[in-house]
Design a protein around this ligand. Structure first.
Ligand code: NAI
Ligand code: MG
Length: 355
């Protein structure tokens, strides 16, 4: 029976609340199915650590994390530390160093949670594939003449052929694997006349290798509108780092709460660990009250188990999650309920034991 070594970075704010919830659910799933064990090692990195040490994580952190089978992350960022410091001090270095170039975010409705569009579950069921290592978040750029009238800031988006091709190819392979008939590309090649024209060219080239899958290009602004007006036409959406980031928060909103969506940062060849996290941030407005919705972190846990080859445990978690939301007995306040993080988590675990 395999034992998986999992690095846990709960991070800041509600990360400290939803990550223990997800760990309890995964432990219970592993226990019930009986095919694996999970060995958690917790790291107290994040904004408090930064205020103590001047760093979000130690210099040795990436080397330490490289030894693990997977990374389970809450979120980082809290008032008192600028967001670009927290993001560039932890999350983005992990994604880039381990070349976790796929950010995978399923968008679908859970039973009992109709979402703001009041659509059926068949209408909202697609997967966003976001480029995760370059593009607009490459970090290239700088500032000169700080504080002077002639001050200038340059932020350069980087699109390489390798980086662009592999993410688009991942999207088509995913469509093929999951029997989804269409890949929609988020572009903006009318206004962004170098990188997005290049993105479109690569998209057309790769699409040519998948004749059975329809390929559509949409300008990202029109695609955002389409998320609202025609979500039933979306099956796989592929976009750059920035476009994917924005579109997937919109996707989360369609699911009924930003507390629901989950994401996987994948290094597909497995040479380095992949990282699993809820899409949401640290929610300082509700942190410390025990009412954060743990669905995103529990769902991310299911994605992690699936990635590790524990499909049965992953399925059990999703079944229990969906039965629990479908019954609507216990829901957190963001979904109109009055339940706590702990009450919802206990309900999911109880459901797993009775399924
Ligand atoms: P956020 O996702 O933390 O919160 C946005 C809104 O959604 C808030 O009203 C919050 O209460 C609500 N919300 C989010 N997750 C929820 C949950 N599980 N249950 C119930 N309600 C939930 O985004 P925001 O406010 O833009 O950022 C707050 C901090 O989080 C910032 O420091 C930001 O940089 C950081 N952040 C970190 C991320 C990461 O580490 N992956 C991702 C996004 C933001
Ligand atoms: Mg985001």
């Amino acid at each position: 029976m395999p034992t998986y070594e999992i690095a846990v970075i709960a991070g800041d704010g509600i990360g400290q609340e939803v990550i223990p919830a997800g760990m309890d659910v995964m432990d219970a799933a592993a226990d019930i199915v009986g095919n694996c064990e999970l060995n958690w090692q917790r790291f107290d990195w994040g904004c408090e650590y930064y205020l103590r040490t001047g760093q979000m994580m130690p210099d040795t952190a990436l080397g330490t994390l490289a030894q693990f089978d997977a990374i389970y992350l809450g979120a980082v960022g809290f008032p008192g530390v600028p967001d670009h410091v927290s993001l560039w001090g932890l999350l983005l270095p992990i994604r880039q160093h381990f070349d976790q170039y796929v950010n995978l975010r399923p968008v679908r409705l859970l039973p009992g949670i109709p979402g703001p569009l009041r659509r059926s579950a068949e209408d909202i069921n697609f997967v966003c594939v976001r480029e995760n290592t370059e593009g607009e978040y490459s970090g290239a750029g700088g500032r000169a003449h700080r504080g002077q009238p002639e001050e200038v800031a340059v932020q350069t988006a980087i699109f390489t052929r390798k980086g662009t091709e592999r993410i688009i190819r991942y999207a088509f392979d995913l469509a093929r694997r999951e029997g989804r008939g269409k890949v929609a590309s988020a572009t903006k090649s009318n206004a962004i006349n170098h990188s997005m024209v290049f993105w479109d060219e690569v998209f057309d080239q790769v699409a040519g290798e998948y004749p059975e899958i329809a390929a559509e290009k949409y300008h990202v602004d029109a695609l955002a509108a389409r998320f609202i007006t025609h979500p039933q036409t979306l099956e796989v959406v592929v976009g750059s780092n920035l476009f994917g980031d924005i579109l997937t928060d919109l996707g989360g909103a369609l699911q009924g709460s930003l507390g629901i969506p989950a994401s996987a940062n994948l290094r597909p060849d497995g040479r380095y660990p992949s990282m699993f996290e809820p899409v949401h941030g640290t929610a300082p407005d509700i942190a410390g009250r025990g009412i954060a919705n743990p669905i995103g972190s529990i769902w991310a846990g299911a994605m992690m188990l699936e990635h590790l080859g524990q499909a049965e445990a992953a399925r059990l978690i999703m079944q229990a999650l969906e039965t629990t939301t479908g019954e609507r007995q216990v829901l957190t306040p963001d979904l109109g309920g009055s339940g706590t993080t702990e009450e919802f988590t206990t309900a999911v675990i109880r459901k797993m034991r009775s399924l």
